[in-house]
Design a protein around this ligand. Structure first.
Ligand SMILES: Cc1cc2nc3c(=O)[nH]c(=O)nc-3n(C[C@H](O)[C@H](O)[C@H](O)COP(=O)(O)OP(=O)(O)OC[C@H]3O[C@@H](n4cnc5c(N)ncnc54)[C@H](O)[C@@H]3O)c2cc1C
Length: 496
């Protein structure tokens, strides 16, 4: 049996990964304090309310519900103790051309029927595709995504090797999908989940087709009240376990010889262990002394970042019949946008558009007969971001949406706010204003990502979307779990 020496941990950042880690550390007996520069928990899973419209500022897709459930289970709790989760069916709507759309249903059987309608014969072939995706999901999410990634030898497990050998893992997702379907629309639907990895299907290894299992078999969910109910719930769990939170408290310096963090207003807090949830690059380059850094500017410049996004939060004083809760637009192939993100970074000429209208599922998120629209396009991180550029794209995007959905709403906008690169930098110290951290390319997977544990300073650990396993809410929770478990392991002593 193992026990924890009574030790203290300071956590910088109350994003989902910092929150998740705080709970596990407190439960294990650590004295935990969390310091957050902003006023609310959740980091990028942020929230605001204006004129009766309530907006989740960041994440809107609740996928991998098992990860959230397993997190709460470790405290003998369930998701339903903290928020009211509903399955969406339709999962999402895909617009192809003017008033031409496909609704993606929840669940495997209905999806296979849809595939069969689009491409006769594909339903049967896709059964094999999804059986393989489920096998990969089991290995990836339940095993590999829970490894600390401290060594390539973590891969030398019989079940991983068996899975790699029996599944199509190292070709691209695009070529993998191409073995099962020929129809262009079906291909785009099956490639869509890869966008969550911050990369494009032709640059993603086929191991990641486990995301298709997440999309189809596990479905899309929504916590009533909004995504922000998740960090609120985890914060209340953390407080019940004794974690102390300091909001509006920015950390500006760290003295590794004393384990001491300094706040903006010159307060000092000492701890045995430091866990960094703040953006990895910012912490290392701006808070840590030069001799304590593991990665230099050249390292960060050479990474493939996830995209940033331009978001418009719109309050519209009418109901839009042409939208579902989640809506994506494939009127232009995503490849054009991907090229202008990864190959020749520039403001996109024909961006992929995503609209969330959460008020469709939870009418309390907008005034009566109104919708709270979250409209976003992915863009390359690090682009010039000015009001003028945002406005130019606003006009193009909104006109395009009206045209495709065949319903007017621009004249019904009664509240409006935009959010882009400069805001990510100001609010989260995000490197080049990226929205989702480091992309999950082959060369940035597992032990090739920035380390959970510093190589230079004994007691510094990291969690969040720059380290393992990668971008996304469920992965942020897993990242917090990985870091906390590593700290617990490194500080455990045998009970007499
Ligand atoms: C627009 C957008 C849409 C998204 N959509 C989805 C989606 O639909 N589904 C999904 O699963 N994921 C989505 N994501 C990704 C998901 O939100 C993130 O991957 C996840 O929330 C990251 O959590 P984190 O804990 O790693 O980091 P963060 O949320 O960034 O948390 C880090 C925290 O550290 C704080 N901090 C930074 N510096 C300091 C400092 N010096 N002192 C104190 N505090 C500091 C920050 O304020 C922040 O609160 C989206 C993200 C964005 C931005």
């Amino acid at each position: 049996m193992q026990a924890i020496k009574s030790k203290s941990v300071n956590i910088i950042g109350a994003g989902l990964s910092g929150l998740a880690a705080s709970c596990l550390l407190a439960q294990a007996g650590f004295d935990v304090k969390v310091f957050e520069k902003n006023s609310k928990p959740g980091g990028r899973a942020n929230f605001f309310e204006e004129d009766g419209f309530k907006f989740d500022m960041g994440p809107s897709w609740y996928w991998l519900p098992d990860v959230f459930e397993n997190f709460f289970k470790q405290f003998n709790k369930t998701v339903s103790d903290y928020y009211d989760l509903r399955k969406l069916d339709t999962s999402y709507r895909v617009y192809w051309q003017k008033e031409d759309f496909t609704d993606i249903p929840a669940g495997m059987d209905k999806f296979l029927e849809l595939a069969e309608d689009i491409e006769p014969g594909s339903g049967l072939r896709l059964k094999d595709f999804f059986a393989e995706a489920e096998k990969k999901y089991d290995i990836a999410v339940n095993d590999i995504c829970r490894e600390p990634g401290l060594s390539p030898f973590e891969f030398l497990k019989l079940k991983y090797l068996k899975a790699f050998l029996t599944c199509d893992s190292l070709s691209s997702v695009r070529s993998h999908i191409g073995k099962f379907v020929k129809d262009e629309r079906l291909r785009q639907i099956l490639e869509f989940p890869m966008l969550f990895l911050g990369t494009a299907a032709n640059h993603t290894i086929a191991l990641y087709s486990f995301m298709n299992h997440a999309d189809t078999a596990l479905s899309t969910w929504f916590p009533m009240g909004g995504i922000h109910e998740i960090p609120r719930g985890i914060q209340s769990l953390a407080e019940s376990l004794g974690v102390k939170f300091y909001f509006n408290t920015e950390i500006t310096a760290y003295d590794s010889s004393q384990g001491l963090i300094k706040t903006e207003d010159e307060q000092d807090f000492v701890s045995d262990i430091l866990l960094v949830n703040a953006d990895y690059e910012y912490f290392e380059q701006n808070i840590l002394a030069k001799q304590d850094r593991v990665y230099d500017q050249n390292y960060w410049k050479s990474r493939t970042l996830c995209p940033s996004v331009l978001v418009f939060y719109l309050g519209v004083n009418k109901k839009l019949e042409s939208l579902q809760h989640h809506n994506i637009f494939f009127d232009y192939p995503y490849d054009i946008n991907a090229h202008e993100i990864y190959n020749e970074p520039q403001w996109p000429s024909k961006p992929f558009i995503y609209i969330s209208a959460a008020s469709k599922t939870d009418p309390s998120l907008a005034p009566e007969n109104s919708e709270n629209l979250f409209i976003s396009i992915p863009i390359a991180a690090g682009l010039e971001d000015t009001e003028e550029i945002r406005n130019k794209h606003r006009t193009k995007i909104l006109n395009r949406i009206e045209d495709i959905i065949g319903e007017e709403f621009i004249d019904n906008i009664v509240f409006e706010r935009s959010y882009c690169i400069k805001d990510f930098q100001a609010d989260y110290h995000s490197y080049q204003g990226n929205a989702f951290g480091l992309a999950n390319t082959l060369m940035q997977t597992h032990f090739l990502r920035p380390r959970v544990k510093s190589r230079k300073i004994e007691n510094i650990y990291y969690c969040g979307h720059m380290t393992v396993p990668g971008p996304g809410m469920p992965t942020a929770i897993l990242s917090g779990e990985i870091a906390a478990k590593q700290i617990i392991k490194d500080n455990a002593t045998e009970l007499k």
